[in-house]
Write a protein that binds this ligand. Structure first.
Ligand code: PXP
Length: 251
């Protein structure tokens, strides 16, 4: 297939993690979103967790009000988050699984097993004007489930691929990359817009960007860490270069 432009959504959660380590207002995630916009990000992603460990309700209000880029609101499928999303009317709502004790979003959503719980939430968000996305594992059954739920977008979980790569298990990483590639192709054949994210870094992003069916990557933790050394705008610019090099392979 002809590859399309690959969008970059910058996740600013961990600017809020650092702020919350001390309380107070600094560093400000909205300022990070402004820097991301200057660096050419296509969107801002923020996850309002049930325990509010990083992004706060006030951050979501300010991001909606003060940032011109589209906001991708990551949320658990709970009545509380649905109410907030319906009020904030973000450009996109990405439904993620959430466990209180996890350090980060560990696995994909069980779109198949939770059909009845998810269906009304997907419908309400879509009726309210948000582009609904489901964060799932690279698995055909989950992609089929996304279609039957009427979600127009899925985001494939790249965390396992990145962990295997970081651990130096390159043959397992290659198998996982193949699984993600196959899922992206299958998802696009079903008419889904396919995104990917979680754990991506300079070393891993090009192989993911080379998958022609992918339309968007969402990247956070690595960029915020790298920003400590080179600044956020430079980190984003370098990530974009790796994405562009990877995407050129898909042509
Ligand atoms: N996509 C989704 C759905 C996520 O939950 C996260 C983490 O909040 C990311 C992308 C970004 O992952 P990372 O911070 O590891 O780049």
């Amino acid at each position: 297939m002809k590859s399309q432009r690959l969008r970059l959504g910058v996740n600013i959660d961990h600017v809020a993690t650092i702020r919350n380590a001390r309380g107070g207002a600094m560093p400000d995630p909205v300022r990070a979103a402004q820097a991301a916009a200057r660096a050419g990000a296509d969107g801002i992603t923020a996850h309002l967790r049930e325990d509010r460990r990083h992004i706060s309700d006030a951050d979501i209000e300010r991001l909606s009000r003060e940032i011109d880029l589209p906001l991708n609101f990551e949320m658990a499928a709970t009545p509380e988050m649905l109410e907030i999303a319906l009020k904030a009317k973000p450009h996109a709502a990405c439904i993620v699984p959430e466990k209180r004790e996890e350090r980060t979003t560990e696995g994909g959503l069980d779109a198949r097993g939770q059909h009845n719980q998810l269906a009304p939430i997907v419908a309400e968000l879509a009726d309210n004007g948000s582009r609904v996305s489901l964060f799932i594992e690279a698995d055909r059954a989950q992609l089929d489930a996304a279609v039957s739920l009427g979600a127009p977008v899925v985001e494939l979980h790249t965390g396992r691929y990145c962990d295997l790569h970081a651990a130096g298990d390159l043959s397992a990483a290659a198998s996982e990359l193949t699984r993600i590639r196959d899922a992206a192709r299958y998802g696009a054949s079903l008419g889904l817009e396919v995104h990917a994210g979680h754990g991506l870094a300079f070393e891993t992003v090009a192989d993911i960007a080379a998958i022609p069916e992918l339309a968007e990557l969402n990247i956070g933790h690595f960029l915020i860490g790298e920003a400590i050394f080179v600044g956020l705008e430079a980190a984003i610019a370098e990530m974009r270069q790796h994405m562009t090099l990877g995407r050129a392979r898909a042509a």
